[in-house]
Design a protein around this ligand. Structure first.
Ligand SMILES: Cc1ncc(COP(=O)(O)O)c(C=O)c1O
Length: 371
């Protein structure tokens, strides 16, 4: 971890203490309120639950500390992505999306942007620079892409998009601000499904938009307040609590993923293994240059749908689940969700279990399906 990341991690838990009065609770209190005492001049304080809430302020402050940007919280990752699109796009615009990223982002464009006159094209993440960005009001990338873990050069994409007058959004869900810093690399906006590693306990959906451009932040906030897609205070409180251990969890998950990916590569049942941290992976050189860690997602193929299901179900330390980033290791056969991958393609999301115990369970289950 870089010195900057260590310093952000160290101060995260003490962000609130600068404003403490004697007797204040040290952990964040939860404010469940739709109305606030609001006599006289109606500016500069919390007034109504759709406008603001002290628990949101705290989680946005903590996220902003990690992103080094202003953050706007949403009730899910898709809520954050939708807000960025609907706040910035207008009829006649054209946008570019990854063909191999999270499928619901493309569904949003197809089912809700296109009918409003916003056209979209798709390109694979690894070759997103090919063809340039002329005519695109907005370019959206997900690096590494979920689930194949391809990477694009975010700095090069940002420069090329800006040269054409466009805006670059990076979905940084799989990396968190501790693994990759797209705003430092030149992106205009980060969106994140905090449902995943940022909350980390698989008990809440959440998301955020981060930007260092005040106009973008104002528009996104205005969209939230007007459209009403606001996070619940309790969810914000849970995410704030999750954030306090993000660095510890993420560090463990990424380190374990490095160990497990190396061992999986040598297993006879496994083919097509992808992990950006492995020398020889198509993403490795770029990953070394632009990511602070290699992440906790690994993808690979087993011979058939049956083998993949048997591997997942037969491993007592893997939960069969369609998400990632939680303390529990989980896995899913992604063709089940409509991703364009073979039936035996598995996305494995490493959790916080001790790595040797986790590997033993994975190896035993793989040995069983390979026999
Ligand atoms: C990369 C990525 N972005 C966005 C989302 C959407 O997040 P949410 O389910 O919180 O709406 C997901 C969900 O899996 C995702 O994997």
């Amino acid at each position: 971890m870089s010195d900057n990341a260590k310093s952000r991690a160290a101060t995260l838990a003490h962000l609130r203490s600068a404003d403490f009065a004697k007797g204040d609770p040290i952990p964040l209190p939860l404010t469940m309120a739709s109305i606030f005492h609001a006599p006289g001049d109606a500016t500069g304080f919390d007034q109504y639950g759709r406008f603001s809430n002290p628990t949101w302020h705290a989680v946005e402050h903590a996220l902003g500390h990690l992103e080094d940007a202003q953050c706007v919280a949403f009730p899910s990752g898709m809520g954050a992505i939708s807000a960025a699109f609907f706040a910035l796009l207008k009829s006649g615009d054209r946008i570019l999306l990854p063909s191999d990223g999270y499928h619901t982002t493309r569904a949003l464009a197809e089912r809700f942007l296109k009918p409003l006159g916003v056209a979209f094209d798709v390109r694979p993440t690894a070759s997103i620079l090919d063809g340039g960005f002329a005519g695109y009001r907005l370019v959206f990338v997900e690096s590494p892409s979920n689930p194949r873990l391809d990477i694009c050069d975010i700095t090069a994409v940002a420069m090329a998009v800006h040269a054409q007058g466009g805006t670059l959004i990076v979905d940084n869900t799989t990396m968190t601000p501790f693994g990759q810093r797209p705003l430092d690399l030149g992106a205009d906006i980060v969106v994140s499904a905090d449902t995943k590693a940022i909350n980390g306990h698989s008990d809440v959906l959440f998301g955020h938009v981060a930007s260092r451009n005040p106009d973008i932040v104002t528009r996104v906030k205005d969209w939230r307040e007007t459209a009403g897609g606001i996070p619940g205070p309790f969810e914000a409180w849970l995410v704030h609590r999750g954030l306090e251990t993000l660095e510890v969890r993420f560090d463990r998950m990424c380190s374990s993923a490095e160990t497990i990916a190396r061992r999986l590569k040598d297993h006879r049942a496994v083919s097509g293994l992808r992990f950006p941290g492995l020398e020889g992976d198509a993403s490795h050189n770029l990953a070394r240059a632009q990511m602070e860690r290699f992440g906790f997602l690994i993808s690979f193929e087993l011979a058939s749908e049956e083998q993949a299901e048997a591997f997942i179900d037969g491993c007592p330390l893997i939960e069969a689940a369609t998400s990632f980033g939680g303390v529990h290791t989980s896995a899913e056969r992604r063709s089940k969700r409509g991703d364009a991958v073979p039936p035996g393609f598995v996305r494995l999301a490493i959790g916080c279990e001790p790595v040797e115990e986790l590997w033993q369970a994975i190896e035993t289950s793989l040995d069983k399906v390979a026999n």
